[in-house]
Design a protein around this ligand. Structure first.
Ligand SMILES: CC/C=C\C/C=C\C/C=C\C/C=C\C=C\C(=O)SCCNC(=O)CCNC(=O)[C@H](O)C(C)(C)COP(=O)(O)OP(=O)(O)OC[C@H]1O[C@@H](n2cnc3c(N)ncnc32)[C@H](O)[C@@H]1OP(=O)(O)O
Ligand SMILES: Cc1cc2nc3c(=O)[nH]c(=O)nc-3n(C[C@H](O)[C@H](O)[C@H](O)COP(=O)(O)OP(=O)(O)OC[C@H]3O[C@@H](n4cnc5c(N)ncnc54)[C@H](O)[C@@H]3O)c2cc1C
Length: 665
């Protein structure tokens, strides 16, 4: 804890129990305790230092990543950490690296798509790091369109092997994290060809590098694809390129849980939906939603604390300058992001529950909720990552000029985060998947089929198509039923409008193509409804702690009314509310901001982040920003010498030349 607390006055105005809010944020007292312990373990270990990261060259950064990953593993083994503890420790190390893909995609792909026998063989090796794996799906020529991948896996019955081959340049695997330099193995997605027939994309475990000296195996060409956006940031990751020249693997290295190739080369597909092949992506998408709230809350924590410390302009009578957090414009830009961090946290928890539930049903061969899992993971991944990426940039602006310094932590956070809008499915591509499911659901309404899960509200079509909001005062917008109804009506009407427009096109496909910009907006409206609904449900639960429920209620209302205000055009165009009701929502939003203001610093304290994890001089817990900024500047390599390198070569001759010219005048 800091000796001087420049934010003490802010903390004193909080009207709720921060310790209990930490529990609400983390999910349980146990979760707070474990996270706290792991965060402190990392923060106190010099190997995990990260304040110099943006000053390292790519090679140094990569080596630093290898060092941290090895040290983290050593600590995990030494301290016999549980899986939960180990995951948290890696999170707080906070440096993207091959380990993320090993645990996050390679292991889940084998678990989800491997037979029991295959799991028995490969997982123990992966668990002990005797092999390091990555997820090699995307190719130079194809990423979004998985069915368009070109790599082939041709069965050779003579030798009982698959021959993995990259027939074209565009079939080179391109992007897989951990592939470039670290991985020894990959789950490779390739077109399965047997008995002369192409059976489409399947997963195969392929060894890439020697387990003795790490050199590529014969027929394997691989390397790193090059530097990426931002200094430090995602450049710690060795995203790679990989080509195969007729590489042979035993038949039993095809992941055979969903379909098999027999010794004779017969293709056998188990009686399960083909989309289970995409299961690893669904799993990662749900974890990306949980991660969105982490990234967003970090940015918001920095911006809120700094806005409370930063002062600009005096009062009319020449008194002290005003904290920028007191400006209504600062509040109207920042508090919706604070509310979004909480909203994403709770919808992330719910999505994790949904994913677990669907997985259990799949184990029991019940595939009825697969579409719901796909729509929710795809849509929530798209909306939460897009909002978070934009919000981190907004937080940078909210911190003024100092936000642009690497030492603010925001440039690196943005650079690391922004590819989340692209990886695990480009956000537009994913929202169009949601839109397809919405259109299918609308088309089934006429036949009387009742939609279920997060689409259930569409079953109230008769009512929602004609209902009028009853709101007649700003306070009426505090009624969750009023909010819920407006969001449901907006989402349904947008979807029905799209469906009607599509039905007028020459074909469903052409209509979908022509109307895709509108479909995106309909999908966003549906996903925002889910986020609002889950926040409302959360607030309805019993939440212990003085004032905690009230604060969450206020944040829930901020989130919903901010979305309503931002997308007012949708609500008005669909006739769900009147312009007057829109104005009342905005009026209520202003009142809510005033309610949040005295609690703002405590609400970000509840995220319980260490200064190490935040990595920001502006977001320091003690608010002692200026000495830290000043000190940090001197650490820059440019300040190692008073006179810069290059002075004698380029500056002095220039200055002397000018002096000479002047002396001649
Ligand atoms: C590392 C992890 C650890 C922690 C996470 C935290 C941070 C992440 C850190 C770093 C990121 C690192 C790694 C990133 C990795 C990657 O990016 S891996 C590559 C990801 N690639 C993609 O996401 C590709 C996106 N494309 C697709 O998913 C598909 O091609 C498609 C767009 C869905 C289209 O597929 P397809 O052509 O087969 O299908 P359609 O005709 O559109 O649909 C057919 C029916 O299938 C249903 N469907 C589609 N997808 C799914 C699914 N996933 N599950 C269930 N069902 C699905 C679709 O609705 C259609 O249904 P129908 O109408 O009823 O027939
Ligand atoms: C940092 C990072 C890490 C990654 N890690 C991995 C990994 O570990 N393993 C792996 O296999 N892959 C990985 N990827 C690849 C990633 O999954 C793909 O880049 C992603 O799926 C997007 O595909 P794409 O690059 O083909 O984009 P494209 O599909 O080429 O997108 C280009 C543009 O076209 C638009 N577009 C595409 N299709 C449509 C459509 N049907 N309708 C409308 N618009 C469309 C998109 O919206 C986008 O604006 C990673 C990528 C990044 C950036």
């Amino acid at each position: 804890m800091a000796e001087v607390d420049h934010l003490a006055a802010e903390r004193a105005t909080a009207r709720f129990d921060v310790e209990e809010m930490k529990v609400a944020w983390a999910g349980s007292r146990h979760a707070v305790h474990v996270a706290d312990r792991m965060a402190r373990l990392v923060a106190s270990d010099p190997v995990f230092r990260k304040d110099n990261r943006t000053m390292l060259s790519r090679k140094e950064l990569f080596k630093d990543t290898l060092r941290k990953a090895a040290h983290a593993w050593k600590r995990i083994v030494e301290l016999r950490l549980t899986e939960e503890e180990a995951d948290l420790l890696r999170q707080y190390v906070d440096q993207p690296g091959y380990v993320d893909l090993h645990w996050g995609m390679f292991v889940p792909a084998i678990k989800g798509q491997g037979t029991e026998e295959q799991q028995h063989k490969w997982l123990p090796l992966a668990y002990k790091f005797q092999i390091i794996g990555c997820y090699a799906q995307t190719e130079l020529g194809h990423g979004s369109n998985v069915q368009g991948l070109e790599t082939t896996a041709t069965f050779d019955p003579k030798t009982d092997e698959f021959v993995i081959h990259s027939p074209t340049l565009t079939s080179s695997k391109w992007w897989p994290g951990g592939l470039g330099k670290a991985s020894t193995h990959a789950v490779v997605y390739a077109r399965l060809i047997t008995e002369g027939k192409d059976y489409g994309i399947h997963g195969f475990i392929v060894q890439l590098r020697s387990l003795e000296d790490h050199s590529p195996l014969p027929g394997v060409t691989l390397g790193d694809i090059g530097g990426k956006f931002g200094s430090g940031a995602y450049n710690s990751m060795d995203n790679g390129v990989l080509r195969f020249d007729h590489v042979r693997i035993p038949r039993d290295q095809m992941l055979m849980r969903l379909s098999q190739v027999t010794r004779e080369g017969k293709y056998v597909h188990s009686n399960v939906p083909k989309q289970l092949l995409y299961g690893t992506m669904v799993y990662v998408r749900q974890s990306i939603v949980a991660d969105a709230s982490k990234a967003l809350s970090r940015a918001v924590c920095i911006a809120v604390r700094y806005s409370a410390v930063r002062k600009q302009f005096g009062s009319q009578d020449g008194g002290p300058e005003t904290q920028v957090l007191n400006y209504k414009t600062q509040q109207s830009r920042l508090f919706p992001l604070l509310a979004s961090a909480y909203a994403f946290r709770f919808v992330g928890d719910w999505l994790n529950w949904l994913y677990t539930d669907v997985t259990q049903k799949l184990e029991a061969k019940d595939f009825s909720t697969l579409q719901e899992a796909h729509a929710c993971t795809a849509g929530l991944k798209a909306v939460t990552t897009s909002v978070t990426a934009d919000a981190i940039e907004e937080c940078r602006k909210l911190c003024g000029g100092h936000g642009y310094l690497n030492s603010s932590g925001l440039p690196e956070l943005f650079a690391v985060y922004v590819p989340a809008c692209t990886y695990e499915g480009d956000n537009v591509v994913l929202l169009l998947q949601v839109a397809r499911i919405l259109m299918k659901t609308v088309s089934q309404l006429a036949s009387g089929k009742q939609p279920v899960g997060t689409m259930a509200y569409m079953g109230k079509v008769q009512y929602l198509m004609q209902c009028k909001s009853a709101v007649s005062s700003a306070e009426d917008w505090l009624n969750p039923d009023a909010i819920q109804e407006a969001f449901e009506a907006r989402a349904l009407r947008m979807a029905v409008n799209c469906a009607q427009n599509i039905s007028q096109a020459a074909s469903q496909e052409e209509g979908f193509y022509e109307r895709s910009p509108d479909l995106l907006e309909a999908a966003v409206a549906h996903i925002q409804l889910i986020i609002v609904t889950k926040f409302i449900e959360k607030v309805h639960q019993e939440i212990p702690g003085h004032g905690v429920k009230e604060q969450l209620q206020a944040l829930c209302n901020v989130y919903a009314l901010y979305i309503l205000h931002k997308h007012l055009g949708d609500f008005l165009a669909t006739g769900c509310i009147t312009p007057r009701q829109g104005a009342l929502a905005n009026e209520q939003l202003g009142k809510l901001y005033a309610q949040v203001r005295p609690n703002a610093v405590a609400l970000v304290d509840a995220f319980n982040y260490t200064d190490h994890y935040l990595g920001s001089v502006l977001g320091r817990y003690d608010g002692d920003v200026y000495p830290a900024l000043y000190e940090e500047a001197w650490k820059d390599p440019l300040n190692e010498t008073v006179v810069p390198e290059g002075y004698h070569e380029y500056l002095r001759p220039l200055i002397k030349q000018q002096q000479l010219k002047l002396s001649r005048l």
